[in-house]
Each structure stands twice: as structure tokens, then as C-alpha cells.
Design a protein around this ligand. Structure first.
Ligand SMILES: NC(=O)c1ccc[n+]([C@@H]2O[C@H](COP(=O)([O-])OP(=O)(O)OC[C@H]3O[C@@H](n4cnc5c(N)ncnc54)[C@H](OP(=O)(O)O)[C@@H]3O)[C@@H](O)[C@H]2O)c1
Length: 344
């Protein structure tokens, strides 16, 4: 059994990674179609050792396509996902457009796979925000063991989380600093080269940013609505890999050793935690990897049942493309989808 899969946003950071991951994991495809805006029509992207010619989304007919992985931003998704879903093609959406819709499941396969069955309501499944995806992969097994009451998280998010333009801006500004050229600020609100910016997405009335709000709302939707979470989201001059300094308060006792043992066995997690120089993960090492890495696990004696830890993952993979492909795999494993065209 194999499926016709369309990637919308195939020329973008996440779209390209999706093509790589579909290939790497041997997802059963009968055909892969690369879609983007009219600007990219006719350009080429790689799928394994094949080259795909990019087609324009607004001229593509989805009626014989089985799965559409959308990665072209919220506005494109709001306009297109419902139409594509109505044509009987299951949409896996990377944007925030449908994440908080009661009729759209928000899925991290290691965390809440059973919620996927809801997808038939709109034929849309949402992929979480990159910072939330890696966080809940690590929180879930700890929550099952000791019940999380409250989480305080500060993120250190790479520029690739802001798309191709974000990566270009870090590169261009860094070069400009070295050659004493003028440093232009376009994509971010302040200079990102040799700096950090405590602001991602728009400001809300309560002073938090939308990125911070997303982490709260998505953790509640996927893991447990009773968990209290507060976040500070910060952009840092790293190309790929989001890092998080996390403090967790549990209802029941849990030691650092117990947490380490639980996380070692947990799906999607890899513990790298030696109390010595270099005995922890950094975002540079996480780039290109599938795991959510956990380091610096230690007890926080300032609260009852408290732990602190450092969580790092490749935001383009577990934070976006890998999770989306895992959702597609879950649809197939659970026989929730059948190819429209039967193999000859
Ligand atoms: N980067 C991350 O860490 C991350 C994590 C989770 C979720 N996401 C989400 O994934 C999406 C894409 O992110 P990205 O980092 O890949 O961005 P990106 O590198 O800027 O790529 C954007 C893609 O969207 C396409 N696109 C833009 N307007 C379009 C239109 N009107 N019709 C069809 N295609 C259009 C672009 O095509 P052209 O080349 O033709 O312009 C390009 O392929 C966003 O929704 C983002 O929020 C990103």
C-alpha cells in the first residue's frame, strides 16, 4: 500500500526537511508532489536521488492526493487546508492556524497518539509549535510517573524557527559585523548577530508573547489541562536547534536518578547527562538528529518535588518535519487512511 503525498512549502526550511525525512524513513509513497507559491514554480528540490519540479499550490488539484503536509505559514493554511480536507486528502499542518480548534487533533505521536482519531471531523491534523513538541516529549514520561503541577521554561530558539529569511539574516549580519559593513535589521526586531532577543511572535495584552502563549495552550491540549506553565521565549544566534531551561514541580516525589532512568527508556528521548566538562548536549550537536536530548537533570531544593533540566532538539526535525512524518506514519499504522488509487 502506498500513498500520493503533497508537500506544500517544499522550497522552505521545513518542507525540504520533510522531503529528506520521508525518504530516510521509507514512508510508503506512490508519488511525491512538491508545491510552493507561484514564485517557485519550475524550480527544483531533491527527494532522495530524484529531483522534483515545484508546482504552484493554486494550480494543483488534490482530488487524487492522499496526504498533504502543509508547511507554508498560517495564512496559506487557513485558506487551503479546509478546501484540501474537503477533497478527501488528509492535511497535516505545521502552522498554528488549526492547533487550538476543538475539532482538530494536535498530535505528538510519543505523547497523545490516540487523539488522532478526531481528525475525521475536518480531515486536518495539527503539528505543534517547535518549542512545545520537544518539551512535551520529555515531560510526558515524567508526568506519568510523578504528575506535573507547574513548569517554568525559558527557551533559546534558533533562527531557523523563523524560516529561510531568519537564517539568511543571521548569516548576513554576522558577515557584515566581521567586514565592518552596515548591519541591516529586516526579519527580526533587533540585531540577532552576537545578540539575543526576548521576543518571538506578537505581544499579547498580558505582556506575554504569542509564542509563550502557544507553549501553555499546546501543553495543556496535548498533555494535561491541569498543568500550569509559564514561558519566556528568546531568539538566539544559533542556526538550528532549540534549547530549553526547564524547571518542573511535581505532585509526587521524584529524584534526579529516577528521572534519568525514566527518560532513558522514554520514546523519542535521549539522555546525555554527565556532570563533567562537555557532559551535556548543545544545539549544534542536535542538528540533523531525531531525538529530544535531555541533560543537566538535577533536583531543585527550593521547592517540593522539583527538578531542573536542559532540553534540546532539532527544531526543523522533531519541532516540525519529523513530527509531521510521524503523524503520517501513525495514520498508516492504525489503518486510518487508505490510498485513493489502488496499486495496479
Ligand atoms: N522552522 C521551524 O522551526 C518551524 C517549526 C514548526 C512549525 N513551523 C511552521 O512551518 C511553516 C514553514 O516554516 P519554514 O521555516 O519552512 O518557512 P520558510 O523557510 O520561510 O518557507 C516557507 C515556505 O512556504 C511557501 N509559501 C509561502 N507562501 C506561499 C503561498 N502563498 N502558497 C504556497 N506556498 C507558499 C514558500 O514557498 P516560496 O519558496 O515559493 O516562497 C516556502 O516553501 C510555518 O507555518 C512555520 O510556522 C516552522
Amino acid at each position: 500500500m502506498s500513498f500520493k503525498v503533497a508537500i506544500v512549502g517544499a522550497t522552505g526550511n521545513v518542507g525540504r526537511e520533510m522531503l529528506n525525512i520521508l525518504e530516510e524513513r521509507g514512508f510508503p509513497v506512490s508519488e511525491v508532489v512538491a508545491l510552493a507559491s507561484r514564485r517557485s514554480q519550475g524550480t527544483e528540490v531533491s527527494f532522495g536521488d530524484r529531483t522534483l519540479k515545484v508546482k504552484s499550490l493554486d494550480q494543483y488539484d488534490f482530488s487524487d492526493t492522499d496526504i498533504c503536509i502543509m508547511s507554508a505559514g498560517g495564512n496559506v493554511s487557513k485558506e487551503w487546508s479546509p478546501k484540501i480536507g474537503k477533497q478527501g486528502c488528509v492535511v497535516i499542518d505545521n502552522s498554528s492556524a488549526f492547533r487550538y480548534d476543538q475539532d482538530v487533533p494536535l498530535i505528538v505521536p510519543e505523547v497523545n497518539p490516540d487523539a488522532i482519531s478526531l481528525f475525521t471531523r475536518k480531515n486536518i491534523i495539527a503539528n505543534p509549535n517547535c518549542s512545545t513538541a520537544q518539551l512535551v516529549v520529555a515531560l510526558k514520561p515524567l508526568h506519568d510517573f510523578a504528575t506535573i503541577k507547574r513548569v517554568v521554561v525559558a527557551t533559546y530558539q534558533s533562527v531557523s524557527g523563523a524560516g529561510k529569511e531568519g537564517m539568511d539574516e543571521l548569516f548576513t549580519q554576522t558577515r557584515a559585523v566581521f567586514v565592518a559593513d552596515q548591519v541591516d535589521v529586516k526579519k527580526f526586531t533587533k540585531r540577532i548577530a552576537f545578540n539575543v532577543i526576548p521576543h518571538i511572535d506578537v505581544f499579547l495584552d498580558d505582556g506575554f508573547t504569542k509564542e509563550e502563549w502557544k507553549m501553555v495552550a499546546e501543553t495543556k491540549k496535548m498533555l494535561d489541562p491541569k498543568i500550569k506553565l509559564t514561558a519566556t521565549c528568546v531568539r538566539v544566534p544559533v542556526f538550528i536547534g532549540h534549547s530549553e531551561a526547564v524547571n518542573i514541580e511535581f505532585e509526587k516525589p521524584i529524584t534526579a536518578d529516577e528521572a534519568r532512568d525514566i527518560l532513558r527508556e522514554a520514546p523519542g528521548c535521549q539522555v546525555l547527562d554527565k556532570r563533567e566538562d562537555g557532559g551535556y548536549i548543545t544545539p549544534l550537536e542536535s542538528a540533523g538528529e531525531d531525538a529530544t536530548f535531555i541533560s543537566r537533570i538535577r533536583e531543585d531544593s527550593t521547592i517540593d518535588n522539583g527538578l531542573s533540566m536542559w532540553i534540546v532538539s532539532d527544531n526543523l526535525r522533531k519541532g516540525a518535519a519529523l513530527n509531521a512524518v510521524q503523524i503520517a506514519e501513525l495514520l498508516v499504522e492504525r489503518s486510518l487512511i487508505q490510498p485513493k488509487k489502488k496499486a495496479a
